[in-house]
Each structure stands twice: as C-alpha cells, then as structure tokens.
Design a protein around this ligand. Structure first.
Ligand SMILES: Nc1nc2c(ncn2[C@@H]2O[C@H](COP(=O)(O)OP(=O)(O)OP(=O)(O)O)[C@@H](O)[C@H]2O)c(=O)[nH]1
Ligand SMILES: [Mg+2]
Length: 234
C-alpha cells in the first residue's frame, strides 16, 4: 500500500464519544512504552506524526489515524503505566474496553510486546481477551534491534509459552529503528483490507511455526530444495 495521506482525524479522551467510522480499523494495543506509536509512524512512513516518548504514558487518548481515506490505524493508550492514579487507570481501561467491544469496523488488534521481556499478566489478559472475542490474534514483538540475532527464536518461544498461544498466532519481530518486520506487517494489513484474515492465513502460520520447531536437518533439506527450484527458474 502506498501511503498517500495520513490524518489524525479523531482523538478520544475518557469522556469522548467514540466515532462510528465507515472504514476498517486496525488497533495497536500493548503496555505503555512498548512502541505502539513508533510502529504506527513506521507504517505511515512518517518520522513523528504519532507522538512518541521515552517516558511511558505518552498516548493518553485513543487516536484514529485516517490513512488514504481507506482505513484507520487506532493508537490506544498503553496499559500498566505506573504513574497514573488508579482512578484514571480504570477510566482508560474502560475507554479501551468500550472501544474494543463496540467498534464495528475493527478487523485486527495487534498486540505489541517487547521482544526482550516475558509477557506480563496484563499482556496475557489482553491476549486472552482478543482470542475469546473472536479476533485473530497477531503479536508484534517490538525493539528487535535491542537483542542479538541469536536470541530472537528463544525470545519468541518464551512469549509463546507465557501466553500459551493458540495455533496460528503469528509473532512478527519488529524494530522501528531498522524497520525490520515492517513489510510483513504491511502484508497482513493489505491482506485484511482485501477482506481476508482467514483460515488459509492461519494455516500458513501453523506451518511456519511447525517448521521453526523441526530439527535442524529438516530445514537444511528444505533450503536445498528451494535452491533447486531457484536454479530451475534461471
Ligand atoms: N530501540 C528501539 N526503540 C524503540 C522501538 N520502538 C519504540 N522505541 C522507543 O521506545 C519509546 C516508546 O515508544 P512509543 O512508540 O512512544 O511507545 P508507546 O507504546 O506508544 O507508549 P505509550 O504511548 O506510552 O503507551 C520511545 O523512546 C521510542 O523511541 C524499537 O523498535 N527499537
Ligand atoms: Mg503511544
């Protein structure tokens, strides 16, 4: 998708009325400071259109970014922000939940997790909520640039285990610094815009996961097969 226009169209605080949009919505959920606004900037090809901060609790409203008049990216306030009073936390929680429950255009909820850390109880609750409410869960493991390449698979396994992910849950490692993972996320968004985050996609994820868990010799065999195919094409 070529990004032609972006517009922060609606900003909702705890007392606002949520918009009734007529284009599909894609929401970004996750703990405060995990990188939701940074990911949205990367997807919009903008450096700082969505406000980011090294201080947790930057996004305190639900922000609807209209992209090309085709869809919305919905930036949610982060949960687990310690410096906010219990009363305000509760209000934010209610606002987020109200949005997730009542939006008629919401197609995917991306759940963002820091690739370096084991998911928290809040992350687990969010993941379970997504699954139980019939959404296809998609996890984005952020800040990939902060770990060594050799640690990646191990961290993904830790996340899978802690969340007890259902079959077909993709975990896409992403870095807003190197933009690694951006194309894969974009592909998924385009797939959703065409109307289908369907069984076929879920199945391809199950297969990918299985391949990852297969002993090394298998993947070497596969590599040589694809090499063959490549040669034939030449
Ligand atoms: N190294 C690195 N830093 C990142 C990455 N993504 C986000 N950050 C940094 O992490 C901090 C928080 O990023 P935000 O995008 O504001 O996080 P958020 O999830 O929107 O946070 P809230 O609005 O508080 O909920 C900022 O200092 C970002 O620059 C990443 O992939 N790699
Ligand atoms: Mg933010």
């Amino acid at each position: 998708m070529h990004v032609k226009s972006v517009n922060l169209e609606t900003v909702c605080g705890v007392t606002s009325v949520l918009p009734k949009n007529d284009k599909i919505e894609i929401a970004f959920a996750g703990k405060s400071n995990v990188g939701k606004s940074s990911l949205i900037n990367a997807l919009m090809n903008r450096k700082a259109y969505a406000r980011t901060s090294s201080q947790p609790g930057k996004t305190q409203t639900i922000n609807f970014y209209n992209i090309n008049n085709e869809l919305y990216y919905v930036d949610l306030p982060g949960y687990g922000y310690a410096k906010v009073s219990m009363a305000l936390k509760e209000k934010w929680g209610k606002l987020i939940e109200k949005y997730l429950r009542t939006s008629e255009q919401l197609r995917i909820i991306f759940l963002l997790l820091d690739i370096r850390h084991e998911p928290s109880a809040n992350d687990k609750n969010m993941y379970d909520w997504i699954v139980h409410n019939g959404y296809n869960p998609v996890i984005i493991a952020t800040k990939l640039d902060k770990i060594n390449r050799s640690q990646k698979d191990k961290q993904i396994k830790i996340i899978r285990k802690a969340l007890n992910t259902v079959d077909g849950t993709p975990i896409i490692p992403f870095s807003s610094v190197t933009k690694q993972g951006r194309d894969e996320i974009m592909e998924l968004i385009e797939f959703t815009m065409r109307g289908g985050f369907d069984e076929e996609y879920a199945q391809s994820q199950v297969e990918q996961e299985r391949e990852m868990n297969e002993p090394q010799t298998e993947s070497i065999k596969e590599e040589s097969v694809s090499h063959e195919a490549y040669r034939e094409e030449e």
